[in-house]
Design a protein around this ligand. Sequence first.
Ligand code: IMP
Length: 176
Amino acid sequence: MIESMKLSQLISEDQIQERIKEMGEEITDKYENGDLIVLGVLKGSFMFYSDLVRAIDLDIKCDFLGVTSYVGAKSSGECKLTLDVGMSLKDQNVLIVEDIVDTGLTMNFLKQHLEKRGVKSLSTASLLFKPDALKVECSIDHVGFEIANDFVVGYGLDYQGMYRNMPYIAQVQNMN
Ligand code: IMP
């Protein structure tokens, strides 16, 4: 626990799991007649991704991307790919799975990167969405929860590498 930080629960484990079930059904209905590759964005989406893919009742392929843009609690505004998708995406339906969309810069960077790979269709899912923090236009097809422009941790989301293993989402207060 970082001493200067106070955490207060914002979204409970039950609320997260219930919403993911609904999102999984939405995605299952959307792709019931086609193939789907589901791409998790590391590291933050690892927990959401693993619950979401289990809620999708289709034969899907799973792969991952890595991207960094955050330093501490602030976006650097510069996105860098740290891991690229291994499999061919040509003529495939692709779903990007993110933990949170804040400024929108990372999601737009990933969309542009993947569109260059000749995908058939590209959709996006994010557990959390902060509409008041957007710096660029960025629409998300499947949103778990819209939240205020506050820093949050837990359920995959970190502050300085910590708190990713909490099963719920907490808002951070008193940050220096
Ligand atoms: P964006 O490019 O500003 O939309 O930020 C996307 C990435 O920043 C996410 O994938 C997270 O890794 C990180 N991020 C944004 N907001 C938060 C937050 O409130 N807590 C933890 N990480 C965040």
